[in-house]
Design a protein around this ligand. Structure first.
Ligand SMILES: Nc1nc2c(ncn2[C@@H]2O[C@H](COP(=O)(O)OP(=O)(O)OP(=O)(O)O)[C@@H](O)[C@H]2O)c(=O)[nH]1
Ligand SMILES: [Mg+2]
Length: 276
């Protein structure tokens, strides 16, 4: 496979902020990655560090042309959005059809509205999640409630801080997925997916921490048909046995160990399941 051309598309305010975090954290360094944002808020697009920023309040032919141009040549398209967003409602069908037209593998990271958000947002989210599950190859479909855990050390937690946690976590998830597809692009179809990451002094400690990540639960781990594990360094034998013992006997396990000069080992895990 030639070098993969990857486009990471942040849709709406949430998506654009998540993309901003990725750029700041050098996600995709050393890979052929372009960042794109698409949204209703021109001011937000103006301060964006992404390569292409598409403002939605124009006529739809123009928008479609701009989205097509932004995604041209992509083998992999990663979409990031708050699923309740009106920008996502408007732009997702176009983004998905452009990506499909050129046979790109599609990943989506999307969070469902917080329980106290409006009925209109929840309706948007139903629409957006439905098309993502139908058209994308891999969907990380996360209830916003799950991100609370990342801020529970604080005395008071605002919803804005929870969304900020979501953006950090999605940035990490995108980083893991870009390594996953770089390893072998046939790894692209993960269906309903979840991920986790963790640190340890041994590989075993690191994977144990990663499977305790708040987005994961034991049931999803057991039902996964594909599992990807990335370790930065470390002797992987006990760690591999630990993962093997957790997953179904016929599940496919992809294992990658990178060399890193650090005394701590970082483990990332992705669990995927195709609906049957
Ligand atoms: N991941 C993430 N989700 C967010 C963020 N802010 C809001 N959301 C979620 O995304 C939905 C709102 O979408 P926005 O990202 O604000 O989208 P928008 O382009 O501003 O569109 P509208 O607000 O609908 O006009 C809400 O239902 C929230 O659940 C964020 O910073 N990150
Ligand atoms: Mg908004």
């Amino acid at each position: 496979m030639d070098k993969l051309k990857i486009k990471v598309v942040g849709v709406g305010e949430g998506g654009a902020k998540a993309v901003g975090k990725m750029i700041a954290a050098s996600v995709g360094m050393g890979k052929d990655v372009d960042f794109v944002t698409i949204g209703n808020d021109e001011n937000l697009l103006l301060v964006s560090a992404a390569k292409t920023n598409i403002f939605l309040n124009r006529d739809s032919t123009m928008i479609y042309k701009r989205i097509t141009a932004a995604l041209r040549g992509a083998n992999v398209v990663v979409i990031v959005a708050g699923a309740g967003s009106t920008a996502a409602m408007k732009a997702l069908p176009e983004i998905l059809s452009c990506a499909k037209n050129q046979n790109a593998t599609i990943f989506a990271f999307a969070n469902r509205p917080f329980v106290l958000e409006s009925a209109a947002r929840k309706q948007n989210a139903e629409f957006c999640m439905n098309i993502l599950h139908r058209e994308a190859d891999t969907v990380f479909d996360v209830p916003t409630e799950k991100f609370f855990v990342f801020r529970l050390h604080q005395m008071q937690v605002s919803l804005a801080e929870v969304f900020e946690a979501a953006n950090d976590v999605f940035a990490q998830g995108v980083d893991i997925c870009l390594d996953m597809v770089a390893k072998d692009d046939s790894l692209g179809k993960w269906g309903n997916a979840t991920f986790g990451c963790g640190l340890g002094f041994t590989a075993l400690e690191a994977v144990k921490a990663a499977v305790k990540f708040p987005l994961l639960d034991a049931d999803e781990i057991k039902r996964a048909s594909k599992i990807f594990v990335r370790l930065t360094g470390g002797n992987d034998v006990p760690a591999k046995k630990f993962i093997r013992d957790m997953i179904a006997a016929d599940a496919k396990l992809f294992w990658r160990v990178d060399n890193a000069a650090s005394d701590k080992i970082f483990a990332s895990v992705v669990f995927g399941r195709k609906e049957v």
